[in-house]
Design a protein around this ligand. Structure first.
Ligand code: ADP
Ligand code: MG
Ligand code: MG
Length: 252
């Protein structure tokens, strides 16, 4: 059992006009096997939370802590975070020029495990995972994110996640830009990992649609850099019916 703890997190971002405070005291605890949905209106700081967990250099943690089984994540490099079992799928994935999907996956797996995977079993695992995500075998020979469609980027993220088998996965807007079929395939991938491992999931989403496929145990609503409300799956249903108006009107 692992625990990812976010305590009183304050984060500011570097802008042209100087630092801007975005997260204003976020508290959140995710245990192995749990799925937490982070919801909230645009600009409420959801991606900032993801980038802060990832260790993006533009995001400055001014107060608070991120702990993984009591270890200080903020002291870890980006690579160390991955080796510690954190997986971050970003809302805007970057291109990796000249590196194929197959090489990228093998390099990531090697970096995380500290040794190269056995070629024969690894190749089998990759093609099995690709098949499950309805990805063409040729996809493995394409360069990472180069000319990928929105759906291909999301499938590639879930492919990485399934093969790297993290302790905690942070998925930022994995549902955005997906048609219903792609959404189902991607959600099935997340659910497969949930069934076959004790992964803890932080599912960041503006919309409730993906929560029909990936059932959250807990829902947290972000407004203006803070958790404004939390509850169980019923909170997502309420948001689907009512939207975020009541939070925005409440001056939180
Ligand atoms: P969300 O993911 O909930 O839509 P974000 O975390 O992306 O929210 O953004 C929160 C706020 O921080 C927004 O007002 C956004 O404009 C601002 N922000 C985030 N990243 C940057 C950045 N790199 N430069 C300037 N402002 C930023
Ligand atoms: Mg489980
Ligand atoms: Mg965002």
């Amino acid at each position: 059992m692992s625990t990812l703890e976010i305590k009183n997190l304050h984060v500011s971002v570097e802008t042209a006009d100087g630092p801007k405070q975005i997260l204003r005291g976020v508290d959140l605890t995710v245990n192995s096997g749990e799925t937490h949905a982070i919801m909230g209106p645009n600009g409420s700081g959801k991606s900032t939370l993801a980038y802060s967990i990832a260790g993006h250099p533009k995001y400055d943690v001014t107060d608070g802590q991120i702990l993984l089984d009591g270890e200080d994540v903020l002291e870890m490099s980006v690579d160390e975070r991955a080796r510690a079992g954190l997986f971050l799928a970003m809302q805007y994935p970057v291109e990796v020029p000249g590196v194929t999907v197959a090489n990228f996956l093998r390099t990531a797996k090697t970096a995380i495990d500290g040794e190269a995977p056995k070629l024969r079993t690894w190749t089998g695992q990759v093609s099995e995972a690709m098949k499950a995500l309805r990805m063409d075998g040729e996809f493995a020979q394409r360069n990472v994110n180069e000319g990928f469609s929105g759906g291909e980027k999301k499938r590639h993220e879930i492919l990485q996640m399934e093969l790297l088998r993290p302790a905690f996965a942070v998925l930022d807007e994995t549902d955005s830009g997906l048609d219903v079929d792609a959404l189902r395939v991607v959600s099935e991938g997340v659910n497969r990992l949930k069934e076959t491992s004790e992964v803890g999931v932080l599912l960041i989403t503006h919309y409730t649609r993906i929560l029909r496929y990936i059932k959250p145990d807990f829902v947290h609503v972000f407004v203006n850099g803070r958790v404004a409300e939390e509850g169980g799956p019923e909170l997502a249903e309420r948001l689907e019916a009512e939207g975020y108006d009541r939070f925005l009107g409440a001056g939180v």
